[in-house]
Every structure is written in C-alpha cells, then in structure tokens.
Design a protein around this ligand. Structure first.
Ligand code: CTP
Ligand code: MG
Length: 227
C-alpha cells in the first residue's frame, strides 16, 4: 500500500536541557532529525517522508537537512504534538497515501524491521503500534510521597513510534479530536474515535531522546557500534 511518513519535529525540547532544540543537536556527528528521517528514506514501501517543524526553526532545519534527498519540504507544526501531527496529515491530503506512519523526530534509532512491521500490521489491522513489556514494577501514588500496589505489569505495555494507520481513518480521527486536550500519541486519537489499535513488537533500541542522560546513552550506543 502507498505509504507516507510524518516525522513530528516541532517541539521545543524543554526536558533535554540547554542549547539547541534536541532534534537539531548532533548525535555521533549527525543532527538527530537527519538521522531519524534517514531511517525511513528508501525503505521498502515508503513513498514520501514529511518533516513537521517549528516555523522558528526553519534555518536550523535547512542546515540539518542540507543535501538530504527524498524528503518533502517541511510544513509548520502547532503548539502541541497533536496539532503538529494534524498539520502533517492535512499537508498530505492533496495526494493522500493509503497508509501513514507517524514518528517522533526524537527517536533516531528506528529500524528497518520496525518500519516493515508497522506497514504490514497496519495493512492488515488498520492501526498498529510498537509496544514493549515493562521491566520496572509499577506503583500507584497513594498520597504525596507514598505509594500503593499498582496495576499488574503484565497487563501494561510501553508504546513507541512509528505508529501506523490507514490514512483516511487517522486523518478523520485527528480532525474530530482537534478541539480536545492534548493526547500524547496517535493511538489515543484513534481509540477516541472508536478504532481498535493492534500491537507489534517494539525495539528497546528505539529510545526517545527526552533528557540530557538520553543523549549520553545514545552517544555510547553509537560508539559501541550498537546503532
Ligand atoms: N512535537 C511536535 N510539536 C509539538 C510538540 C512536540 O512536533 N508542539 C514533537 C517533538 O519535536 C518530538 C515528538 O513530538 O519529536 C515527541 O515529543 P517530546 O519528546 O515531548 O518533545 P518535546 O515536546 O520537544 O520535548 P519536551 O516535552 O521535553 O519539551
Ligand atoms: Mg513534549
């Protein structure tokens, strides 16, 4: 199925600390956003790859992507991740794909296996996300500073991106949710519109760069030849 990719990169990276916004920072000598986009360009089944950026970062983006072939001209995102995804979906509406993969720029270690499974699972099920079992025991907050027994870890999953959907379905779901509070992933938008979301095996290496420590971990992985 004709598949496009939206890479949302319009955040300000508050938790990653000082300096350049995290998606434009260098990781192993390559800007994070460039690394992330390169993970999709030319993969089997992928047609277009669309970055969604903050209008204030246009020059940073030009510098980060200089000479990179196979990427559509970036479009402007919004104040929330949800608004940025919606902007990407609207930009694809002129020549819509059958499937769309929605991915965070802050996850530069996407693998060919994840891309292929996202496409295969969404083709079959309409909506599919990469999920991982949790390793930590989970507790509930009982009162400030105190914990109580939490939900059963075996009944929970951590989810990653790329999340994959039939384009027509997720575009309609995002439009319907446009006035709602910020949902932090697209599976939640699909569920709010009444759709079931399938899971496939996530990848522990597909980390999201959120804190300064995540950049240290990512640099170490690259040095060790693990990514
Ligand atoms: N994102 C976006 N538009 C927004 C907010 C976030 O496109 N208004 C993107 C980010 O650029 C990132 C992805 O959504 O690639 C996941 O968001 P997150 O990791 O939370 O990044 P930031 O919002 O930039 O970071 P923080 O929450 O620490 O400020
Ligand atoms: Mg954020």
């Amino acid at each position: 199925m004709r598949t496009d990719v939206i890479v949302v990169a319009a955040g300000s990276g508050q938790r990653a600390g000082e300096g350049l916004p995290k998606q434009y920072r260098s990781l192993g000598g390559v800007p994070v956003l460039r690394r992330t986009l390169a993970g999709f360009i030319g993969q089997p089944g992928i047609r277009n790859v669309l970055p969604v950026i903050s209008p204030g970062h246009a020059e940073l983006c030009d510098a980060a992507l200089a000479g990179l072939d196979g990427v559509l001209a970036p479009v402007a995102g919004g104040a929330t991740r949800q608004a940025s995804v919606r902007a990407g979906l609207e930009a694809l509406a002129q020549d819509p794909p059958e499937l769309v993969l929605i991915h965070d720029a802050a996850r530069p270690f996407v693998s060919a296996r994840l891309v292929a499974e996202a496409i295969a699972m969404a083709s079959a099920q309409g909506a599919a996300v990469p999920a991982l079992a949790l390793v930590d025991t989970i507790k509930a907050v009982a009162a400030p500073g105190f914990l109580a027994t939490g939900p059963d870890r075996n009944a929970l999953r951590g989810v990653q991106t790329p999340q994959a959907f039939r384009y027509a379905m997720i575009a309609a779901a995002h439009r319907a949710q446009a006035g709602a509070d910020d949902l932090t992933d697209d599976a939640a938008v699909a569920e709010a519109a009444g759709h079931r979301v399938a899971a496939f095996a996530g990848d522990p290496a597909n980390i999201k760069l959120t804190t300064p420590e995540d950049f240290v971990t990512a640099e170490r992985r690259l040095l060790a030849g693990l990514a």
